[in-house]
Design a protein around this ligand. Sequence first.
Ligand code: NDP
Ligand code: 8X3
Length: 250
Amino acid sequence: MTKTAFITGATSGIGEATAKILAQNNYKIILCGRRKERLDILKKELSAYTDVHTLQFDVRDKEAVFTAIASLPEDFSTIDVLINNAGNAHGLDPIQNGNTDDWDAMIDINVKGLLYVSKAIIPQMKDRKSGHIINIGSTAAKEVYPNGNVYCATKHAVDALNQGMRIDLNPFGIRVGAIHPGMVETEFSAVRFKGDTEKAENVYKGFTPLQAEDIADIIHFVVSRPYHINIADLVVMSTAQASSTIVNKS
Ligand code: NDP
Ligand code: 8X3
């Protein structure tokens, strides 16, 4: 039977690439994000493969999250796979210079947004005793790097929530697992550096970083395993990267 995947942060990077690969592999897709124009373009493109529905909301807005998910039409209302991907870093400053608006954004989006979306979708998975939740963490969920302070804290929280969800949802047969990418060349650094494209491009210079499609391919692998297999926690780095700070650059 055709499965339905709900993807947050589908307007760019890892979420967009995941939407594409899942659409090409016969999943019905619910695309989420704030940028409506991008949602519309992607919907048009993916409709060549599958049925697509878009939901425009900010994951920080609790009411908007619940309203959007409650508004899903009947044929998109059964969600088999939830990919909690929406998130970003805002700023890269030592803690003593940190911008409190950046801190709020990261905590509200990466942690609370993930919780709101999960809270809205888990009940139906629990009732059906089936479902699969993929939480996108980061290598920043496993270690802390200089100036990464609050971003790393939010991703450590995602790691903890991933474990907590797996424990609490275990009696209901719901699979929960995290994928923790290293450096992936997406809009991530442009957002982190607030549109400074030169600074953002420099992050990925001198080595071959991961691409969004690499992570999407792994997500497809994870969700297509037989039901008795749950890939619980997966760290993926480019070959050139050994840790958050050790990158073999030419
Ligand atoms: P992008 O910046 O390319 O994509 C981020 C996505 O999140 C966009 O689709 C954006 O959509 C969405 N998003 C951001 N803020 C909000 C919000 N407030 N409400 C709803 N959606 C939001 O980055 P990536 O694809 O790289 O990032 C995806 C995930 O992967 C993030 O959780 C990130 O932390 C994680 N990650 C990224 C790594 C990297 O090196 N790139 C490495 C490890 C983890 P829109 O702006 O339209 O709302
Ligand atoms: C993103 C990975 O190391 O660029 O989560 O912050 S890093």
